[in-house]
Unconditional design. Sequence first.
Length: 276
Amino acid sequence: MKPIVFTFFLFWSSLSLAINLPFKVTFGDWVQGSLLAVELPVPVQVWVDDRALMVMANGRSVLGVGRDATQVVIRWQDTQGVMHHHIQPVMVRVYDIQHVNGLPNNKVNPNPQEVAEIKQNNRDIALQRKTRDYFNAPNFPFLWPVSGRVSGVYGSQRVLNGQPRRPHFGVDVAAPEGTPIYAPDNAKVVLAHPAMVLTGNTMLLDHGLGVKSIYAHLLDMTVKVGDTVKRGQLIGHVGKTGRATGPHLHWGLSWFDVQLDAARVVDRPLPAVITP
Ligand SMILES: [Zn+2]
């Protein structure tokens, strides 16, 4: 096949398939770090970047777009068993990257025992993020879990002495110690760890369909693993446990192991005060 014909064919086929996506998007956009809620009119199996969508009986589902994704590959099997695919382009964002040089080495690399403990903490969180047994449809937009001032954003990254660190995947909200934190939507508490090295008192909520939210540096936690919490219910208070220079909530969102921008699931500016 001549290249020009082949190119035309690809263009034509992706155009025609775009119209026939197996779902319609009901919340969110095709932007890096976004969570999208979708509705499937017909019960078909859909994979997004090779992750199988969890779908409610009424056809509701969700998917996430990673921090550095430039496209999302959507595959689905129709009711006749025929496989289809569509390559969805994604809007690229610009992240805040800070280079810090001339740091003493012990500031850059923590000691081996701490490294081992941090790795174990990360494994505990990663294990819970992967679970796919909770069929509950989250309600979008979410509520802000806390009031305060945004002091850190999703996607930012520091490069220390030339070594890129893990990007910052949460939104940080600075607030006085003891400020109440509320569940942004209905959820099940799947992790409530009292002393993680970096994140201190750390809680993970499962909102269903692979959507989890994380709360770090808490002063205390008022719910425990296994509890179900209602949208707007008190779950703990702002603290500075773990590695934190001041009291703040680190709030993160994920879809399975894809880390998303929590600030993109709320529809209003961060409130100065929340009255439950
Ligand atoms: Zn943070």
